[in-house]
Design a protein around this ligand. Structure first.
Ligand code: AMP
Ligand code: MG
Length: 491
């Protein structure tokens, strides 16, 4: 039996300027280290066949499955604010698209599958560590209910990759509702190829925003749609303490999914200025800067769409500004609603925003762990004697002062303590992919070929809102000597 991929490709039917046709480069000795079986099933793939040697060869790019139309997608992008007119898939190849069991079109892409015409001086390969990090964090985001690309599989290639040291090579199979980015539009905008921008916009509307097909002004509506999805996405990131780390326009998805897990990280102690990425020297992509950067990226998208807005440029610019102007409100609405749920409020009242901000300020001042404070606040809502949240504060009196106001506010709602605790536990995760855990998993795999820690971490993170007493230690923040201060890019 051979593995059957029910490909129905659409992107590779777009004009030639959108991509380069290129097959993955075969590797020496592919070995499957992880298959996401539930995701395989959802994509209409046979997980048992994917686990055969032939399946591993496909997932490593050694064999191209029937029906694939492998391409490297063209895109441009602003990297840390500097425009690069041509980036493109330099180490990734889109095998094709399948329609999943929910009727959603999904890209199946190999990342680390060898050089493409967009590789420039790169080797087109990926190292095992970053592949495992992307697998762990993207699947954790999915379990947290946050729009994201998924990870179908990780394979080691049996070939070394040379970075600062020699590392095992690996390939990640990434699944996305598409890999179209703000940078994809920029690629054509900088070439003043308005026909291509229109083709791309039409493709995106049909694929990601079909409800806009009948809109009076579909391209304006498209911009508004992407603005709304990105605003909501970034709010979701902040609500779980996620820092993307490289919010370049080429890493900003048009479908509104989190994409490109490089030096990303979840923060432990709450600190709005937190940066982990070793290359983010100015803190451009710091935790609290993410909404502002998302809007900056969307402004670049708006610039690309202007030629589709009509003849009169001045009017087009005004219209674009109006659409972008909605971002702060959409973001704030989603963020504040999320925060209200996190502190267990069922209703909305004047003063809530200030009450919650005071908690966040006290958390920052007292180096309270972001995840544990909220999780344990749920316990405190259920039982006033539960003091886990209080214990997160260097000065517990700061919590007490706030908690008194919080309890007064809660008293104005009719829900029971148990109802509140249940609701809070459904939005405040106990388990996030803590950096020190991710690093430990990577070290075990890279240094000792030991994947048991990886398997266990993935298993725990699949149920982030359940207590899982057997794995309670995974909820703990790092000890001082375990703390990870910097993360490094996927390359
Ligand atoms: P990223 O930092 O992953 O968003 O990548 C930025 C750009 O660099 C994209 O065009 C990638 O395809 C390219 N790139 C990253 N790593 C490599 C590599 N090892 N070989 C070739 N191109 C790469
Ligand atoms: Mg990228």
């Amino acid at each position: 039996m051979t593995v059957h991929f029910p490909f129905q490709n659409s992107y590779s039917a777009l004009p030639d300027s959108f991509f380069a046709r290129v097959a993955p480069t075969p590797v020496a000795a592919p070995r499957l280290i992880k298959l996401n079986r539930p995701l395989a099933v959802q994509l209409g793939l046979d997980p048992d066949l994917l686990e055969t040697p032939e399946g591993a060869e496909i997932l490593a790019g050694k064999t191209v499955p029937a029906g694939a139309d492998p391409i490297a997608m063209a895109y441009a992008g602003h990297q840390f604010g500097n425009f690069v007119p041509q980036l493109g898939d330099g180490r990734a190849i889109l095998l094709g698209e399948v329609i999943d069991r929910n009727g959603v079109r999904r890209d199946i892409q190999l990342k680390g599958s060898g050089p493409t015409p967009f590789s420039r001086r790169g080797d087109g390969r990926a190292a095992l560590g970053p592949v495992l990090r992307e697998y762990i964090v993207s699947e954790a985001m999915f379990a947290l209910g946050i729009p994201t690309t998924r990870s179908l599989a990780a394979v080691v290639t049996g070939e070394p990759v040379i970075r600062e040291t020699v590392l095992p090579g690996a390939v990640l199979t990434r699944v996305a509702s598409s890999h179209i980015r703000v940078g994809t539009f920029q690629f054509f905008a900088v070439r003043r190829d308005t026909d291509a921008i229109r083709r791309l916009a039409d493709h995106v509307i049909a694929r990601h925003y079909p409800e806009l097909l009948s809109a009076e002004r579909p391209y304006h509506a498209l911009l508004a749609g992407v603005v709304a999805r990105q605003a909501e996405l970034v709010a979701r990131w902040l609500l779980v303490g996620f820092i993307h780390g490289v919010m370049n326009t080429d890493n900003s998805s048009i479908s509104g999914e989190t994409i490109d897990y490089g030096p990303c990280a979840f923060m432990d102690a709450y600190n709005p200025a937190q940066v982990f990425s070793s290359i983010d020297e100015t803190g451009r992509y710091a935790y609290a800067n993410q909404p502002r950067i998302a809007l900056w990226n969307l402004t670049r998208l708006a610039e690309c769409l202007l030629p589709l807005f009509g003849e009169e440029q001045e009017k087009a610019v005004e219209q674009a500004q109006d659409i972008l102007g909605v971002f702060p409100e959409t973001f704030s609405k989603a963020y504040q609603a999320g925060l209200r749920s996190k502190v267990g409020l069922f209703s909305e009242r004047d003063g809530d925003e200030a009450l919650i901000q005071d908690l966040l300020d006290a958390m920052a001042k007292n180096q309270a762990d972001f995840t544990l404070t909220f999780r344990k606040l749920g316990d405190a809502a259920g039982d006033p004697a539960a003091d886990g949240a209080r214990a997160e504060f260097m000065d517990p009196a700061a919590f007490d002062e706030w908690a008194q106001r919080w309890r007064e506010r809660l008293a104005g709602e009719q829900q029971t303590a148990a109802e509140r605790q249940t609701a809070m536990n459904a939005v405040n995760p106990a388990f996030i992919p803590r950096n020190h855990r991710v690093e430990a998993v990577i070290q075990a795999a890279v240094n000792n070929d030991d994947y048991a820690p990886f398997e266990e971490l993935v298993k725990v993170l699949a149920k982030p809102f359940e207590d899982q007493p057997d794995y309670a230690a995974y909820a703990d923040p790092p000890l001082p000597d375990q703390r990870v201060l910097q993360t490094f890019c996927g390359t």
